[in-house]
Design a protein around this ligand. Structure first.
Ligand code: FES
Length: 201
């Protein structure tokens, strides 16, 4: 079944079962996102894809499209909310774009530019995090992790290796390596794994 709804007043078609994000992507409408990747089931954790649907805030990557829905995406209000979320993400980790080797190829940085984020606004947490360079082909910098779980999902569902998981809760959540030493070097990870290429930061 084909249905119709609108995003910022523009008519959008959807198929039954599609989310707002899927329908928008199919029509070439950009809804900023970080934890969403069309190759994986929606995760709904970063909330950067926040939109208003009939006046209610929802995550576009998990909210189903429905007939007649009026979605607000690129408005001053939503842009400002997304900027605040991104500012929180930036201060919660150690994101030093000018000195980062992923600068220019980083989704977090790109979305921050897109939403015109000009400063972190909040006080930096400066968490103490490590870099794991124990693997011959892959380095993981925990300073950049935004806990989107794409590597967790890719390693589990595509690579079938379960190299990564999240431990702890809330502000104490962290990405961990499933290996005898907790290091990448003695994990089952290969440079060609989906988990390596899927990271948005
Ligand atoms: Fe929808 Fe992260 S992209 S919650």
């Amino acid at each position: 079944m084909i249905g119709h709804f609108t995003i910022d007043g523009k008519p959008v078609q959807f198929r039954e079962g599609q989310t707002i994000m899927e329908a928008a992507m199919a029509e070439g409408i950009y809804i900023p996102h970080l934890c969403h990747n069309p190759e994986f089931r929606p995760h709904g954790s970063c909330r950067v894809c926040n939109v208003k649907a009939n006046g209610r805030h929802v995550a576009a990557c998990t909210a189903p499209a429905s007939e007649g829905l009026e979605v607000e995406n690129d408005t001053d209000e939503i842009r400002s909310e997304r900027r605040t979320l991104l500012q929180m993400l930036f201060v919660e980790g150690n994101h030093v774009c000018p000195g980062c080797e992923k600068s220019g190829a980083c989704q977090l940085q790109a979305v921050a530019y897109y939403t015109r984020m000009l400063s972190p606004h909040f006080t930096h947490f400066f968490p103490k995090r490590t870099v794991d360079a124990s693997h011959p082909d892959v380095v993981i910098d925990f300073n950049r992790c935004i806990l989107c779980e794409l590597c967790v999902r890719a390693s589990r569902d595509v690579d079938h290796k379960d190299v990564f998981s999240i431990s702890g809760r809330g502000i104490d959540s962290q990405l961990v390596i499933n290996s005898p030493s907790g290091k990448l070097g003695d994990s089952a990870l290969s440079a060609t794994d989906k988990a390596v290429s899927v990271c948005p930061v």
